[in-house]
Design a protein around this ligand. Structure first.
Ligand code: FPP
Ligand code: ZN
Ligand code: K
Length: 453
């Protein structure tokens, strides 16, 4: 029998051995799970030939910062013909690259001219941005476009958005059940709710319903946000997780959309327990983190994936804030319930299993890097490196979004972490998923340049 090579020193046995309890019923699902664990274990133990290190004394490889920076710059260049399907996601490509670069400490404002030139033709006169020039407006591409504009910053970027047309378009997307469809005549789900509320909050879009918000008016609503929290509440499933729309399977990506949307609409400690069964949600969300992998899955009986480092990982600061309660009058971080997930486990999965040898980050070992995973794996790493909390000092104290603009971050001590100080990333706003200052600058500029409706 071949002897198993020893893991690198400093790694707790939780991350070097298969789980002690296994499902006795063997199915395609359990076989895939076991194969994934085996693959991840080699990387977690630091033994895969592609892992060049350096490894620290907790057995964790360094973040290959320069390689990831190069990968993301390259992601904004030309693509071969096989990438034609990405032509409907061009604002996303811009957002993922800029967000990833910002997390890594690069300055996204250098891209201002290029981003303005790229996004300008994608805006439609009837409101919103399409995925490319000549394409129908979609809430997801509009969300990505608005976040990219916030990151490059400056009056010209903020003024590029036709906010009057955006307001009217959002009114036409608002549905009779309180939610938003993602495009006119298209499907309605919690992505729509989150993308719409992000756009409304960052661009200071008037809340009053526009004249042609027919469905919302007929339902008796008066504002774009009426009935939205109640709609999200109906998306909590029997498992305690949150689904894309009422009655279907809970998924981590939708959980983030719903919890971030609620936390835009109100203070987490009030609005989340009011509209969600918190104990059930905590139980489902806790079950998303796996051992030994350390990463998160998106749903029950599925595999870990690096992008859930953000979609699931990003739920934790919001739930922590809900449990911590009202912000301190002093502006100091609150007494906290503490970490609700294993930061070390997630850091080990990200740094050990998600870095690709040529730069860029991935879903899991065996998969290729792409800019979507690079962005959201890094967002998750940044989230583990910071305590996110709210203060009474909102940059928009008198607006309905006072709470959303009151978040602060303080670094988690590197001595208490499995990564090194050189691996530290920039803190992101936990609701808008861009740098804090980028969100603040866009909101402040829009407040001082209101649209009159
Ligand atoms: C399942 O894919 C994934 C989903 C049902 C949701 C995907 C949505 C997002 C990632 C983000 C949406 C958010 C915004 C803001 C647009 P799968 O079956 O391939 O993956 P799984 O096995 O991990 O569930
Ligand atoms: Zn993924
Ligand atoms: K450390």
């Amino acid at each position: 029998m071949a002897t198993q090579p020893e893991p690198r020193p400093g790694i707790p046995s939780l991350f070097t051995q298969p789980p002690p309890i296994r499902d006795p019923l063997v199915t395609e699902t359990t076989r895939l799970q076991e194969a994934t664990v085996e693959k991840c274990l080699t990387f977690l133990k630091g033994l895969h030939p592609s892992q060049t290190g350096p490894f620290n004394d907790t057995g964790v490889p360094a973040l290959h910062r320069e390689d990831h920076v190069t990968y993301l710059y390259e992601s904004l260049e030309d693509y071969p013909a096989g990438f034609v399907a990405m032509d409907a996601s061009r604002p996303w490509m811009v957002y993922w690259a800029l967000a990833g670069l910002a997390l890594l400490g690069e300055d996204p404002t250098h891209f201002r001219e290029r981003v303005l030139g790229t996004l300008r033709p994608m805006q439609n006169a009837t409101g919103g941005f399409g995925g490319g020039h000549g394409q129908t407006s979609h809430l997801a591409s509009s969300y990505a476009a608005v976040l990219a504009l916030a990151m490059v910053g400056g009056a010209e970027a903020f003024a590029l958005v036709d906010r009057d047309a955006m307001w009217r378009w959002l009114g036409r997307l608002k549905q009779a059940d309180g939610g938003f469809s993602v495009t006119e005549g298209g499907e309605e789900d919690v992505r729509g709710a989150y993308c719409a509320s992000t756009i409304i909050a960052l661009l200071d879009i008037p809340l009053v319903l526009p004249p042609d918000a027919t469905k919302a008016r007929e339902a008796g609503f008066e504002t774009l946000t009426d009935g939205l929290a109640e709609y999200l509440s109906r998306c909590q499933s029997f498992e305690g997780g949150i689904s894309g729309s009422p009655g279907v399977e809970a998924h981590g990506a939708y959980a983030f959309c719903a919890l971030a949307c609620l936390s835009i609409l109100g203070a987490p400690e009030e609005i989340i327990p009011k509209h969600m069964n918190l104990p059930l949600l905590l139980s489902w969300l806790s079950a998303r983190q796996y051992a030994p992998e350390g990463g998160f899955s998106g749903r029950t009986n599925k595999l870990v994936d690096g992008c859930y480092s953000h979609w699931v990982g990003g739920c934790w600061p919001l739930l922590q804030s809900a449990l911590d309660g009202k912000p301190q009058p002093s502006g100091a971080p609150p007494e906290t319930v503490g970490s609700l997930f294993s930061r070390d486990g997630l850091d080990r999965y990200i740094l050990g299993c998600c870095q690709t040898p040529m730069g860029g980050l991935r879903d899991k070992p065996g998969k290729s890097a792409d800019s979507y995973h690079t962005c959201y794996v890094l967002t998750g790493l940044s989230a583990t490196q910071h305590h996110h909390y709210r203060t009474n000092a909102s940059i928009s104290p008198d607006s309905p979004f006072a709470s959303a603009f009151s978040w602060q971050a303080s670094p988690v001590a590197v001595e208490e972490s499995v990564y090194e100080s050189a691996d530290r990333l920039v803190a992101f706003h936990p609701l808008f998923v861009i740098p804090h200052q980028a969100a603040a600058n866009m909101r402040i500029w829009c407040e001082s340049n209101p649209i009159h409706v």
